[in-house]
Design a protein around this ligand. Sequence first.
Ligand SMILES: [Zn+2]
Length: 327
Amino acid sequence: MNEMFPAVRMRRLRKLKLIRETLLSTDDLILPLFIDENIEGKNKKPISSMPGQYRFSIEGAVKEVLEARSMGIKSVLLFGIPEQASKDEKGSEAFNKEGVIQRAVRRIKKDVENVVIITDLCLCEYTSHGHCGLVENGSVLNDPTLEVLGKIAVSQAEAGADIVAPSGMMDGMVKAIREKLDEESFSEIAIMSYAAKYNSALYGPFREAADSGYKFGDRSSYQLDFSNAREALREVELDIKEGADIVMVKPAIFHLDIISKVRARFDVPLAAYNVSGEYSMITAASEKGYLNREEVMMEGLTAIKRAGADLIITYFAKEVARVLEQE
Ligand SMILES: [Zn+2]
């Protein structure tokens, strides 16, 4: 038998660097963008907890999307930050026709060709209490929230979104949104569901970025406990049955096992969110000289793809595109 050393030598091919099983491509990348109604003109405002990342005005966002498109990135995920004064208990600004996201989507569609626009679909950026659903007596209500999510979906679809991305982990949200969209003749609009979203400490920097911190409690009544894997698979299965076109695992690098399990069990397209905390950890460590930013970035993102993700939402998207261009 020639199946072992010395006949078999794994290093023969390795040194040629010929075989690479997983290759990142700009096609895999989705760039998240924060669009802030409080910023005027073409300005952008740095996010201090995520060095190198910005909140953009609508004009600024158009410019950013144009740049991303020119680098080969096909898709963006938009988060809206409304005027502080417009926030209320019910998050009404989220489905305002003239809301920040609705206006941004219309502008981007008008000015940028061939870009896939995904809109975050949640209440937390728009409610005065900062939770992802309607609140009564300190608890987040499920079923009444679904109706609001349907309204937001329709208003985003009317503005021109290609995909809506419900991120609030309410039970039945995908079904409610699908029904509402179909009822309003938006059956072409796809749903990317945050199906397995963990209640993660890694979202810290995002809350500053999206101004979506909550005033009381936490999100453990709706987001997954990070100890649980089987529960994540049930969430994914339910969302697929409710009509999700793409399912998502979030965060990505800390939960690669979940990405891999979802990939093995289901055949729907799978997205993974390389979250703010993952971005900021790599950024901070590389600023201190502990790690090489580019190397760790490429290793982390390749691992997400190797685990089974088809799409990767990442703040590194433009940087990765630059690296890929050089290769
Ligand atoms: Zn939310």
